[in-house]
Write a protein that binds this ligand. Structure first.
Ligand code: HEC
Ligand code: HEC
Length: 299
């Protein structure tokens, strides 16, 4: 079964740390609660046995958490390797679907659509992959909807826009930082994004009837592209303000919040990335330890 694989994989990767803690729970209160309880309850003779049981339990819980992290959806990083044939295919799609509003040379069309010169493939990728473009009508609020084009077609259109107008591009490769950078990502998110998108990235109203959408559906590439292109009311986060590594840390953080999105059971309206795991871990671990100590005392 997959569960067994996951457990042993994660256990292997965490055996080198002192208690078998993996990064998934290492900096939560759950991990520090074990020593505290030990100190309080430590009956001499069976202490070692109890400690061993607790260590095994913590290890097992960590393995489950680690396995969960390993299974989390991997990034949909954009492959920006572009060929002339791709650009040509992009041109054809542009001419059928975009030219009426953005013009034959991306220069824009009065009262229809803005110039796309200099917006780069990042903006085109963002707008088309989130279904905002092609716009259905002028003046409509272009919200996320089912994309009209496949991922490949979207890449071709983006490549065409880039080849004609230039601008910023989403880098190739993995766009999500390691779990080790989650804390930094959380800090950067609260600093740069939470004011509009909300502390849990669920979205929030802005002034003048506008809304910052929830980030639940955004892929890694879309998030990176959004930061680079600043759609609508959103500011551009240039690489000088938020470095590529910081962007990847923010993405990792948002995606980890998403992965923890109410995986069965009641929502605790997450106030942080690890709240649910923390509550479940602390309560569960506490109950288990009480049981172990009770059994130990009985025997
Ligand atoms: C019906 C007209 C219309 C069509 C068709 C259309 N667009 Fe747009 N596009 C707009 C308008 C209007 C805006 C400005 C939207 C806004 O400011 O919220 C826009 C904005 C954009 C932007 C953002 C520009 C920036 O400043 O970052 C991109 C990129 C874009 N369109 C690409 C496309 C592509 C690619 C297509 C074809 C697949 C397309 N559009 C089809 C009207 C259109
Ligand atoms: C000033 C408010 C504001 C800030 C700050 C802001 N955003 Fe946005 N963001 C918006 C708005 C408004 C939109 C919708 C734009 C549109 O639809 O044209 C948006 C859209 C997005 C989307 C697209 C969501 C989707 O599903 O289509 C992503 C992803 C995103 N933002 C990520 C971020 C990240 C990451 C940060 C922090 C680095 C951030 N935003 C900071 C206002 C903001």
């Amino acid at each position: 079964m997959t569960d067994d694989n996951v457990d042993s994989d994660a256990a292997d990767s965490s055996t080198d740390s002192e208690y078998g803690f993996g990064p998934a729970v290492a900096d939560t209160a759950a991990s520090t609660s074990a020593p505290r309880i030990r100190a309080k309850r430590g009956g001499r003779g069976s202490l070692r046995r109890k400690l061993t049981s607790i260590a095994i339990l913590v290890g097992a819980l960590t393995a489950v958490g680690g396995g969960y992290a390993l299974l989390a959806p991997s990034s949909g990083a954009a492959d920006t390797a572009v060929s002339a044939a791709d650009v040509e295919k992009g041109r054809q799609l542009y001419e059928t679907s975009c030219i009426t509003c953005h013009g034959a040379n991306l220069q824009g069309v009065a009262d229809r659509g803005p110039s796309l010169i200099g917006v780069g493939s990042a903006s085109a990728y963002f707008q088309v992959s989130t279904g905002r473009m092609p716009a259905v009508s002028q003046g409509a609020n272009n919200l996320r909807k089912d994309p009209k084009f496949t991922e490949d077609q979207t890449q071709w259109i983006a490549a065409y826009v880039q080849s004609v107008g230039g601008g910023v591009q989403v880098p190739a490769g993995n766009l999500r930082a390691d779990d080790a950078d989650l804390a930094e990502g959380g800090e950067l998110f609260r600093l740069n994004c939470a004011s509009c998108h909300g502390a849990t990235a669920k979205g929030a109203p802005l002034s003048a009837g506008k809304t910052a959408p929830g980030l639940n559906e955004a892929t890694d590439s879309q998030m990176y592209a959004a930061m680079l292109s600043g759609p609508g009311q959103m500011p551009v986060f240039s690489d000088n303000q938020v470095t590529p590594d910081q962007k990847k840390a923010i993405i990792a953080y948002v995606q980890s919040m998403k992965a923890q999105k109410d995986p069965g059971g009641a929502s605790l309206d997450r106030v942080g990335p690890v709240t649910e795991g923390l509550v479940v871990g602390t309560v569960g671990l506490g109950l288990l330890m009480v049981t172990i100590l009770w059994i130990g005392r009985k025997s």
